[in-house]
Design a protein around this ligand. Structure first.
Ligand code: BGC
Length: 465
């Protein structure tokens, strides 16, 4: 006899309109760095400087996607994905960052967008995923307020050219990384390590988001849903002494980029050097930045777990945490690490979804989530990335729990569709569900690709892997 208890849940089902996608970014995949009129970006310049990128790698060729559009589109289709997030390279559209438009750049993204639509895949285009035209860096980059206006002009060009066929626009990918790694620590392009410039860049990139959003709305395709993507992390404190610090860190890494968009103000932060200096915030700026978005994109990779430096003695590995004077980041024994050394914890995703849900009821998209694994092709030609399968499974389960709780989560884009140029780590870190042989550019779907494709097709997932 079948009882309710014996019909225990063995698989979960996602809503029919849920988007199962994958994401990439221009500099990480396209290659063709100087072809068809593309201008130089700060990443071209940065990679050419010795010692900046692991093993001296660069994105000159990357996945060679620029020359493999059809092949990659067919791959997305074979993986049953109904959504794809890519970024538009600003220097391909405007080689100098302002002024003249490069028609060949427009043509390239038209081919991608049309090819996606022919295959029933919804295109989500990120306007800015870090490849600032070098000509704009030469006049101050994100430290220069004018750059925000130039980005808005470029966003308007994208809206006019592509807005009739785009499912959604994302203005900026991860403003935090742009300002912090680009101008505060100098680990990423353009490699400037100056806290004051970092604060100025923070405000200007947020302002650029608001101005771009307004420019898209004012275009002839003004109704295209538009939002921003922020990278969020769950901050978990393990002891009483680190609790107040956790609140501060949460404001520094999450609130600084989320609050201006959703609440129209920067959070209060004890370490005030993390905030934009007052003189760069002009009247009306916060209204621009908090222009109503249509959705919020979240990139989630890992939580940060901290405890006070005095609270030693528990069985944890210690990490350096932002060179922090009073707290250490820790790795709980049962929490695995990815090949980037990042913690694997799907609970953190559920937590940040709950937090964002408290701040806004707008649709939420996970615009990136994924893990680096030291993948290799085995003698049979297969790639058995079981760590990635379990990562995808657990994070999708967290998404499903969120939806069950009434959180307005509408889609998930896995990072990444394929292995690519992982910024300062070059080609040494593999994030793809599809393996790329960087010598031949052959693409080989990994086991995780088959796993994800089955979920995308059926909209169901087994409860256990
Ligand atoms: C970025 C991607 C990057 C990924 C993994 C995100 O911060 O948007 O471009 O490859 O994380 O590091």
């Amino acid at each position: 006899m079948t009882t309710d208890a014996s019909k225990a849940l063995t698989e979960i089902r996602f809503p029919d309109d849920f988007l199962f996608g994958a994401a990439t970014a221009a500099y990480q995949t396209e290659g063709a760095a100087e072809e068809d009129g593309k201008g130089i970006s700060i990443w071209d310049t940065f990679c050419a400087q010795p010692g900046k990128i692991y093993r001296g790698d660069n994105g000159n060729i990357a996945c060679d996607s620029y020359h493999r559009t059809e092949e990659d589109l067919d791959l997305l289709s074979a993986l049953n994905l109904n959504a794809y997030r890519f970024s538009i390279a600003w220097p391909r559209i405007q080689p100098e960052g302002r002024g003249a438009v490069n028609q060949k750049g427009i043509d390239y993204y038209n081919r991608i967008i049309d090819g996606l639509l022919e295959r029933g895949i919804a295109p989500a285009a990120t306007i800015y995923h870090w490849d600032l035209p070098q000509a704009l860096e030469d006049i101050g980059g994100w430290v220069n307020r004018d750059t925000a206006g130039y980005l808005a002009d470029y966003a308007a060009i994208c809206a006019e050219a592509f807005g009739d066929r785009i499912d959604r626009f994302i203005t900026i990918n991860e403003p935090q990384i742009v300002a912090k790694l680009g101008y505060r620590t100098g680990d990423f392009a353009p490699g400037i390590a100056d806290p004051v410039k970092g604060g100025m860049a923070t405000h200007h990139i947020m302002l650029a988001h608001g101005l771009a959003l307004q420019a898209i709305r004012a275009s002839k395709h003004g109704s295209v849903p538009t939002g921003i993507t922020v990278d969020l992390t769950a901050i978990v404190s393990l002891d009483e002494e680190s609790r107040e610090e956790a609140i501060q860190i949460d404001r520094e890494v999450n609130g600084l980029y989320l609050d201006p968009v959703l609440l129209g103000k920067y959070p209060e932060i004890d370490r005030s050097e993390m905030l934009p200096p007052d003189h760069v915030i002009l009247d009306g700026d916060m209204d621009v930045i908090s222009t109503e978005i249509d959705f919020i994109g979240i990139n989630y990779y890992q939580p940060h777990i901290i405890r006070s430096l005095s609270g030693r003695g528990l069985a944890f590995d210690e990490y350096e945490y932002f060179n922090h004077p009073t707290v250490a980041g820790v790795k709980p024994i049962d929490m695995p690490l990815t090949d980037m050394g990042w913690l694997v914890d799907a609970g953190g995703l559920e937590e940040i979804l709950q937090k964002v849900h408290c701040l806004t009821k707008k649709p939420i998209y996970i615009t990136e989530n994924g893990c680096a694994v030291s993948d290799y092709v085995d003698p049979t030609g297969a790639i058995h990335d079981h760590e990635r399968i379990s990562y995808i499974h657990d994070h999708l389960l967290a998404c499903w729990h969120a939806i069950e709780q009434g959180i307005n989560l509408k889609g998930y884009y896995h990072w990444s569709m394929m292995d690519n140029f992982e910024w300062a780590q070059g080609y040494s870190k593999r994030f793809g569900i599809v393996y790329v042989d960087f010598l031949t550019h052959k693409r080989i779907p990994k086991d995780s690709a088959f796993f994800y494709a089955a979920i995308a097709k059926s909209k169901t997932m087994p409860l256990n892997t």
